[in-house]
Design a protein around this ligand. Structure first.
Ligand code: IPE
Ligand code: IPE
Ligand code: MG
Length: 263
């Protein structure tokens, strides 16, 4: 939750320590969202089956969770499986679901140790019952935690989420004039959470692939060529440092111009 927390975990004198020391803790992104991409390419580069890339990606998840929690980031959302990913071969989909169940079983202790609250977002009712049961267990076992919120996006689609929010508004009998951006945002899966300040995509792809379409309206985007299984603490620190150099204008004018009184 602070410089001390992160330094306690980084070998003294390492390049990561120098990076951590540059972070401005007054200006952390509240919500970081990550499109974890490139597992298949990572495996292909090593002449391995794609599933080995997915497996290796779990180490990156652990590292990024710990880095984010120690920095004091409020919300971390990881894109694990899109509504479009069902188009993949059945064997790959089955393996991804198996890895997810195993992930929860094996990592729940780690998540608890770091006081992290686990949640899944997406069309969860379309997932197999055993996957839903694993997710429920993850939620129940971490709901008392008070630290970082960890959302895993599963069977997630940004458009599907917007349609689901519209359905909820209709079901709730909301009058058209009662609906505004704030109200609509509250009906999304991420209702009540801040929008992502920083959106990261690994493996160099310059697209959003149906991720958090509503919420990323003003997110700062950071793309790295690094493939997800190679992504570690130093990469996240680089992303945060780059984010802290951005001038977020939200359609207004440069904040330095304001300070200079430029009209
Ligand atoms: C990301 O890696 C993981 C999921 C989408 C489940 P990919 O499997 O998309 O890897 P590439 O893009 O083929 O390299
Ligand atoms: C986006 O990656 C989805 C996840 C990371 C879960 P994809 O690999 O599915 O995206 P595209 O197909 O390259 O757009
Ligand atoms: Mg991909």
């Amino acid at each position: 939750m602070s410089l001390e927390q992160i330094l306690a975990w980084i070998p003294p004198g390492s390049p990561d320590e120098a990076l951590a020391q540059q972070v401005n803790f007054e200006q952390l992104p509240s919500h970081v969202a990550i499109i974890m991409d490139g597992n298949g390419r990572w495996a292909a580069q090593r002449q391995l089956p794609r599933v080995k890339g997915h497996r290796a990606g779990i180490d990156s998840v652990r590292d990024v969770l710990e880095t984010s929690a120690r920095l004091g980031i409020e919300v971390l959302t990881l894109y694990a499986f899109s509504v479009e990913n069902w188009k993949r071969p059945r064997a790959e989909v089955d393996m991804l679901m198996m890895l997810l169940k195993r992930y929860i079983r094996l990592e729940i202790g780690f998540i608890n140790k770091h006081n992290i609250r686990f949640r899944a977002i997406g069309r969860l009712d379309e997932l197999a019952p055993d996957v839903q049961a694993a997710l429920d267990l993850g939620v129940r076992k971490t709901e008392q935690n008070t630290g970082m919120q960890f959302n895993i996006a599963l069977n997630y689609g940004g458009r599907a989420e917007i349609v689901d929010a519209a359905r909820r508004a209709i079901e709730a009998g909301l009058a058209p004039e009662a609906l505004d951006e704030q109200r609509f945002g509250d009906l999304l899966y991420t209702g009540g959470q801040p929008d992502p300040d920083l959106l990261i995509r690994t493996s160099g792809e310059m697209r959003v692939s149906n991720f958090l379409l509503w919420q990323i309206a003003y997110s700062e985007i950071w793309v790295t060529e690094t493939l997800w299984p190679d992504f570690r603490r130093r990469d996240l620190l680089h992303a945060v440092l780059d984010y802290q150099k951005r001038d977020r204008r939200y359609g207004g004018i440069k904040s330095t111009s304001l300070a200079l009184g430029v009209k």
